[in-house]
Ligand binder design. Structure first.
Ligand SMILES: CC(C)(COP(=O)(O)OP(=O)(O)OC[C@H]1O[C@@H](n2cnc3c(N)ncnc32)[C@H](O)[C@@H]1OP(=O)(O)O)[C@@H](O)C(=O)NCCC(=O)NCCS
Length: 272
């Protein structure tokens, strides 16, 4: 058994390893090769600084390190089901953090489902829970909440206008809601209310909600209503920090379908 970076590993091999090692995860995580390529590109994964665990040359566990300046994000970490429960994840992830330090990274962020035992490893290696991120995944037919008929209006705006309003509104995005990450998708449709105090971003016309935020309580009901009418009653609000939107949904009796922890480790500087 040995640890090695993923530098030079083919997309085919990465895809096979990913599909094998994520087995048993509560959400569908299977990738095809073109999806793996897109994931690596959009997340800016640095394969030369991402670690794998190999047994007889075969990848049996790995982690992906995405890089944004001096900050890192774990874009996936997993162990082959046949090799789990032997503390291998701890060894792999310790090495992953050392690799991040080689890039002079100051902090690494990740998200983990609240009931995933990987949290034990992350905590042991210095990660601390920063905040909860809530997931609401509801199909229209399962949702008692219905869009209001009147009085809800958002206008389509440029991405520059959208992100400026979001920054001014004080929204602190989790990693996959960062401006640079969201801008890597196309076609994007950005919407703001009249005074720029709430907004939503869709991939394609109403197909997939990528981002939603409000900066005051009055807008929460209106924005949820607008999203529901735009997405034909479905609600797919992922990785939402606790805010007016999540408070409104909870008030309406809607529980999050899952909770993730956003965890952060601050890395010590290596003296050269
Ligand atoms: C989560 C995962 C990476 C853990 O891999 P692993 O090789 O089994 O982990 P380890 O053997 O190093 O054990 C990690 C910790 O979890 C504990 N643990 C392992 N299996 C467990 C289980 N089935 N139930 C409860 N705790 C468990 C271990 O005791 C250890 O804790 P400790 O260090 O305090 O003793 C692996 O289960 C996996 O790949 N799951 C699917 C993908 C996934 O969830 N990735 C993490 C996303 S954030």
């Amino acid at each position: 058994m040995n640890l090695a970076t993923l530098e030079g590993v083919s997309t085919e091999e990465l895809t096979k390893a990913w599909n094998r090692c994520w087995e048993g995860y509560p959400y569908a995580t299977k990738f095809r090769e073109h999806q793996m390529e897109a994931w690596i590109e959009k997340c800016k994964i640095d394969l030369a600084h991402s670690m794998s665990l190999k047994d007889n040359g075969e990848i049996v566990g790995f982690s992906f390190l995405a890089v944004d300046g001096l900050e890192g994000w774990v874009a996936g970490a997993c162990i082959d089901p046949l090799y789990r429960g032997n503390n291998l994840f701890t060894d792999l992830f310790r090495k992953q953090l050392e690799k991040a330090q080689e890039l002079d990274m100051v902090k690494v962020t990740l998200e983990v489902l609240e009931n995933n035992h990987a949290i034990r490893v992350y905590s042991k290696l210095g990660f601390q829970i920063q905040r909860e991120l809530l997931l609401f995944r509801y199909k229209g037919e399962d949702l008692s909440l219905k869009p209001r008929k009147k009085g809800v209006f958002l206008r389509k705006v440029s991405l520059d206008e959208y992100f400026l309003a979001r920054n001014v509104g004080g929204f602190k995005p989790p990693w996959q809601r960062r401006e640079s990450y969201l801008r890597s998708f196309a076609p994007l449709e950005a919407w703001l209310n009249n005074d720029g105090s709430s907004g939503a971003l869709f991939l394609g016309p109403g197909e997939l909600l990528l981002d939603a935020w409000v900066s005051n309580w009055q807008e929460a009901e209106k924005l949820i209503s607008w999203i529901l009418s735009f997405s034909k009653g479905d609600l797919n609000l992922l990785n939402q920090p606790k805010d007016y939107l999540t408070a409104y949904l909870t008030q309406q009796g809607l529980s999050p379908t899952d909770i993730q922890y956003e965890m952060i480790a601050y890395l010590p500087v290596i003296e050269s």
